[in-house]
Design a protein around this ligand. Structure first.
Ligand SMILES: *Cc1c(COP(=O)(O)O)cnc(C)c1O
Length: 224
């Protein structure tokens, strides 16, 4: 069995029922994705627009592509035709551009997650809890017919301090519950909690993750 296949099976076996796996394939060649695809994997995560487009051309069309990286507004139009979910929406400007491009390009609905910034690293993107609350209570998103907010995404701090990581996941989970009851109580589509990567997904699933994004553990180290 190939490494990718056996890694994938190990990861799947360790996920509780109901947690979906995004195989993060950025910087890995199409052949490696095909190994995962051959073993039934259909959701892949990419973080660069050009790479996503190339792989979309090369690979089977029933793959669900999740854009997981920071997305510049001028790149939105390039990925809207291919992307199943945009996971890291961190501004109303970006949300507006997704709406505009989805309408122009005839996409009935683009699913998105709002990215929370809870980690202590200053470099990470994302909305603070207050910014996220503000964006939702402003309500402009309710007028958008082609964008569907399906939940929250976050990255925990890059640290060995497991207690801290768990606190951040729990904070994200609490915010999800707050937003769900305040803004999405009648909206079944708002259901995703995307947290957990190779180093911390075992902690993430203890804190209500519904979607883990795992690269290195499946595909090995990335070659930049
Ligand atoms: C690269 C990346 C991952 C996967 O990280 P691994 O440590 O390789 O599992 C997950 N989420 C985001 C947003 C990423 O950019």
């Amino acid at each position: 069995m190939s490494d990718v296949k056996s890694n994938l099976r190990q990861v799947r076996a360790s996920l509780p029922e109901g947690v979906r796996l995004v195989a993060v394939s950025k910087f890995h060649p199409a052949e490696k994705l095909m190994e995962a695809y051959a073993d039934g994997q259909r959701i892949f995560g990419e973080s660069h627009e050009q790479e996503l487009r190339t792989k979309h051309e090369q690979l089977p069309k029933d793959i669900e592509w999740h854009f997981i990286g920071h997305l510049q507004t001028n790149k939105v139009k390039l990925i809207v035709p291919y992307v199943s979910m945009i996971e890291a929406v961190d501004s109303i400007r970006l949300l507006r551009e997704i709406e505009r491009q989805a309408e122009r390009q005839g996409r009935a609905e683009v699913r998105v997650l709002l990215e929370l910034h809870l980690a202590e690293e200053a470099t990470k993107y994302g909305l603070t809890p207050d910014d996220c609350r503000q964006l939702l209570s402003d309500g402009e998103w309710r007028t958008m017919k082609h964008v569907r907010i399906c939940g929250l995404m976050m990255m925990a701090s890059n640290t060995d301090d497991e207690a801290r990581i768990e606190r951040e996941f729990q904070m994200a989970s609490d915010l999800f519950d707050e937003f769900k009851s305040t803004f999405f109580a009648a909206d079944d589509a708002f259901c995703e909690r995307s947290w957990g990567m190779s180093d911390d997904y075992r902690l993430a699933v203890r804190h209500a993750s519904t979607m883990v994004r795992i690269g290195t553990t499946i595909f090995g180290p990335r070659e930049y």
